[in-house]
Design a protein around this ligand. Structure first.
Ligand code: 15L
Length: 261
């Protein structure tokens, strides 16, 4: 079993690497930045927009975990090139190589302008909060296209906040622990069909659904609440009726877009 991970040198990729290591599994780590491979790993230094390099990188691959691309807001031209065109190249090269399973790192920012509800359901209609969010909507759409056209199994993860630990009070609700992220990716790599699932831990303050995640076999075990006392001592108890807590995308919904002049 060989899994190609794009964006392997990034934040989520770095957290996932040791957690996805398995006997009989090879992780092929792809990034524009060089990565030092460990046991059970292979490294490829390549740009996800480079079609020839991606064709080679797909050789012998059973599943792709596509994390590559900008992970925050950038000017439109950069988002278009790396996140949108890059996802097309990843999916098209996976199709040509006959890769059956693809996991796409989407984000809560694909639906960032949805207001707080008791529980935000699965498959919320796109309401991106940034150009970055638009690229995640496009990623989900491309995944849907490749599933419907070619039967590729595609699971899109609307990831909340995947860090070693929550960094602010919003993340008490939106945190995806590294261990739960690995559990989610394991479930997603094995899932058939097309799915869009929230990437969130079993947080006490969670307001995003776990239903579709559980339907594909994701069972989160972590809860950001263990960090609450410390975060609230530093930042105060969050006022859920005020930004950044009123919208899915939090502070991403605030700044002006960086449009080309
Ligand atoms: C994301 O999509 C970003 O990649 C990450 O840096 C966080 O800001 C996260 O969303 C979040 O919403 O907390």
């Amino acid at each position: 079993m060989r899994i190609l991970m794009t964006g392997a040198a990034g934040g989520v990729g770095t957290l996932l690497r040791p957690r996805l290591a398995r006997e009989g599994r090879v992780l092929r780590l792809l990034d524009v930045a060089p990565v030092e491979p460990g046991p059970g790993e292979e490294a490829v230094t390549a740009d996800i927009t480079d079609q020839d390099a991606m064709a080679k990188a797909m050789d012998g691959v059973d599943a792709v975990v596509h994390l590559g691309g900008h992970s925050v807001e950038r000017p439109w031209a950069e988002i278009l090139d790396v996140n949108i065109n890059g996802t097309y190249v990843v999916l098209e090269s996976a199709r040509r190589a006959g890769v059956p399973h693809v996991v796409l790192a989407s984000s809560n920012h694909a639906v960032g302008f949805h207001p707080r509800t008791d529980e935000a359901g699965d498959y919320l209609f796109p309401r991106p909060d940034t150009f970055y969010g638009v690229s995640k909507v496009t990623k989900e759409a491309l995944g849907s296209l490749y599933h419907d056209r070619y039967g590729m199994a595609v699971t899109c993860l609307r990831i909340g906040s995947c860090f070693e630990r929550p960094r602010d009070p919003r993340m008490l609700a939106t945190w995806l622990s590294p261990d739960d992220c690995a559990r989610l990716v394991e479930a997603a790599v094995a899932a058939d069909g097309y799915h869009v699932v929230w990437g969130v831990s079993a947080n006490t303050r969670r307001w995003w659904s776990l239903e579709e995640g559980r339907a594909i076999g994701y069972e989160p075990r972590d809860d950001a609440e263990v960090f609450a006392r410390d975060l609230i001592a530093r930042h105060g108890e969050p006022d859920l009726s005020a930004p950044p807590h009123t919208l899915v995308g939090g502070s991403f919904c605030g700044p002006e877009l960086d449009v080309d002049n």
